[in-house]
Ligand binder design. Structure first.
Ligand code: HMH
Length: 220
């Protein structure tokens, strides 16, 4: 089968948007070492809020998988992602204390609130597993592709930011994203056209929300 998978087709079809999400000026500034501490700290605090909201989203993807998936391994793959969020929250708390960011008083900025509202829209029963798991894949993949770029090739990423970049940029996480992509593709190939179209819309929306999230980090 030489055909591109559905998700790979979208990555090509929406290439410009995809690049804006995965090669954002904030990420480029990390990679060339010109990012300012205040931007990174803003991202850190806001992403902690996001990851907390991501827990109920992912719990719901897990629930949909348990109810709707015909493949037993999906549940375990998604459970692995959910379990990893526990360590991730500890990482945020530790990182925040290093940078002097107060997570307790953290209030989400507009782009974050809107992204979280989008996440919560997936928890209703009318959103099916195929659409939800496609969103999960896209959300993780933007971070993987963005942060792996900061640690590959001829980068000048500041030492104190390497931990963050490795968290999402490491090759194990890259493999994890590939396994999510396989789940999404398997489901999309069998999906009715309305589900397929909804999943593509969701892919585009994730990219748009990710761009706004990066914008929020890099702007005053
Ligand atoms: C905004 N997108 C955002 N934050 C994250 N932590 C991820 C994706 C990856 O989990």
């Amino acid at each position: 089968d030489d055909d591109l998978s559905p998700t790979a087709t979208w990555q090509v079809k929406h290439h410009e948007l995809y690049q804006r999400a995965t090669r954002h000026p904030f990420i480029l500034a990390i990679r060339d070492g010109t990012v300012d501490a205040s931007s990174f700290k803003r991202w850190l605090g806001q992403d902690y809020v996001f990851v907390r909201e991501f827990i109920p989203f992912l719990s719901n993807v897990l629930l949909k998988s348990w109810k709707e998936s015909e493949n037993n391994s999906d549940l375990e793959i998604i459970l692995g992602g959910l379990a990893a969020l526990s360590d991730e929250l500890s990482w945020f708390k530790n990182e925040a204390s290093k940078w002097g960011v107060d997570l307790c008083g953290m209030t989400p900025l507009t782009a974050n609130t809107e992204y979280c509202r989008f996440l919560h829209s997936f928890t209703t029963p009318d959103i099916n597993y195929t659409v939800a798991v496609t969103a999960f894949w896209a959300i993780e993949t933007v971070y993987q592709e963005s942060f792996s770029f900061c640690i590959e090739g001829d980068h000048k990423t500041p030492t104190e930011l390497l931990g963050a970049c490795q968290r999402w940029g490491n090759s194990n996480f890259g493999q994890y994203c590939k396994s999510l992509q396989q789940i999404a593709n398997r489901r999309l190939k069998e999906a009715p056209i309305d589900v397929f179209r909804k999943a593509e819309e969701v892919f585009i929306s994730v990219l748009e929300h990710e761009i706004e999230f990066w914008n929020m980090s890099s702007n005053e």
